[in-house]
Design a protein around this ligand. Structure first.
Ligand SMILES: Cc1ncc(C[n+]2csc(CCOP(=O)(O)OP(=O)(O)O)c2C)c(N)n1
Ligand SMILES: [Mg+2]
Length: 366
């Protein structure tokens, strides 16, 4: 036969708890035990409070630029919940909730955006990378970590997060090509939040879904309702099994929405129709889970009130710790590049305050 079909594929979309509160009992069976669902809801609520405080810290001049995570909490939290400690969590910059679920103390992310490098020094043993602001670079790191894990046979997998915009970067294509051709245990989790700053998804990604981008590389591709934490946990768990057991790469497109501006340096009102927000407010991942828990008699208004008080107190404590950290030493800038400091650098550190170069002397003469 001169013409034959050599490849065909479909992209499935997974949803368990839909925006009207309908829960698919068959698909959702045993995905998240009820006690964990409450813990996840509480966690995401505290992360939302954190996000709102972060915005105010920037507006009042106490923090630099900040990208709000508002509305996207279920994607990274669901993924982190499905992961094991031995797995690598490789974020972009809208995955606070997942990083905190993995145990990163919340002040680290404040430090990062306050310009303090100590926010990037992840506690030892926590297989989580610091935030990545250069778009797309982290996916290559994830492929490398997964390669090392496979080489060592430690059973680990890497889950890397990136945006719809980042899926148009060369780094994405290089990383996924590397991962699928070497059969590395990586999960590529695209947070399709509708926008790459002011560029709408349709103007930066051709094709019906973002997920299908992975097909060309031979990845298993799936779309998931990213505001449905049950569906997120299910698809990430399956992707991790695939990675660990078969070294098969998965591309997950989590369809979610950026409720805030791109960052505090942006004003989305200049390019975004407010009616879009109204639609997505109803799809809020927290609201959806809360209603579901209420329908299960696992949540009520008094629990909500108590949680909100607790969240406020918790975040206030984080702010106090973040702002209360002792200033770093100037010489710290020399300390973190080499395990053993080369002589030239040691000399620079030694002479950083000579008369000719002394910052203090210069200031005194002003
Ligand atoms: C390599 C690189 N190019 C450009 C930028 C500027 N930039 C910051 S965020 C962004 C858009 C990213 O969109 P997306 O990947 O969809 O992530 P989102 O912000 O929506 O979460 C761009 C172009 C950058 N940080 N790094
Ligand atoms: Mg985006």
């Amino acid at each position: 036969m001169p013409v034959e079909k050599v490849f065909s594929a479909t992209i499935e979309r997974v949803s368990i708890l839909d925006e009207n509160g309908k829960f698919d009992a068959k698909l959702g069976k045993d995905v998240i035990p009820p006690v964990d669902a409450v813990a996840l809801y509480e966690h995401m609520t505290i992360c939302r409070a954190y996000d709102m405080v972060a915005f105010k810290l920037q507006r009042s001049g106490r923090m630099g630029t900040y990208p709000q995570n508002w509305g996207q909490e279920a994607t990274s939290t669901g993924a982190a919940y499905a992961m094991e400690d031995r797995d690598w969590f490789v974020p972009a910059y809208r995955e606070n909730a997942g990083m905190f679920w993995r145990g990163l103390p919340m002040e680290y992310i404040f430090w990062h955006w306050m310009g303090d490098e100590r926010g990037n020094k992840i506690p030892d043993g926590m297989r989580t990378l610091p935030l990545s602001v250069p778009i797309g670079t982290q996916m290559l790191h994830a492929a490398g970590l997964a390669w090392a894990g496979k080489y060592r046979g430690d059973g680990s997998a890497a889950v890397t997060f990136f945006g719809d915009g980042a899926s148009s970067e060369g780094d994405f294509h290089e990383a996924i090509n590397f991962a699928t051709s070497l059969k590395l245990p990586v999960v590529f989790f695209c947070q399709n939040n509708g926008w790459a700053i002011s560029t709408p998804r349709k103007k930066n990604v051709g094709g019906e879904t973002v997920a299908q981008r992975g097909l060309a590389y031979g990845a298993h591709c799936v779309q998931v309702d990213g505001n449905d934490i049950y569906a997120v946990v299910k698809v990430v768990r399956e992707a991790l099994d695939r990675a660990r057991n078969d070294f098969e790469v998965t591309f997950i497109e989590g369809v979610t929405y950026r409720m805030g501006d791109h960052t505090t340096a942006d004003d989305a009102r200049r390019y975004r129709d407010p009616s879009e927000l109204k639609v997505w407010e109803k799809r809020d991942p927290l609201l959806r889970l809360r209603k579901h828990l209420e329908s299960q008699k696992a949540w009520d208004d008094s629990k909500q009130e108590a949680l909100e008080v607790r969240a406020k107190e918790h975040v206030n404590g984080v702010v106090a710790r973040a702002e209360g950290i002792a200033k770093p030493e100037v010489s710290d800038i020399f300390s973190y590049t080499y395990a053993t400091m080369p002589e030239t650098l040691a000399e620079q550190r030694q002479t950083q305050r000579t008369n000719s170069l002394s910052l203090n002397d210069n200031l005194q003469s002003v």
